[in-house]
Design a protein around this ligand. Sequence first.
Ligand code: ZN
Length: 100
Amino acid sequence: MNQGTKQRFEAWRTENGATLGTTSSIAEQRSKGLLDAEAEHLYTIEAYTWEEASAIHHLRMGFEPYKPQGCAKPCPKCMALLYPEGSGQCWRCGHVAHGG
Ligand SMILES: [Zn+2]
């Protein structure tokens, strides 16, 4: 069985609040000028899925608890719960499920 791998997510404070993205999506936003030059790096989170990173982000920002999109479904490969309507990423085996 494959192992899930931790991904890095970065939170940045912008004029409109805060944005969270993977390191590569933040780099892409920056290259397209979508991330304010004045944006302040808040922190980097390592997590197995977008949902896990978002939950931590909400705790740190004092937001309402993060609600994943849609219902949790068992991973077709390892039966751990994932959110196919959200990222679809399985925290345990790294499988990515789409649709829902
Ligand atoms: Zn899995």
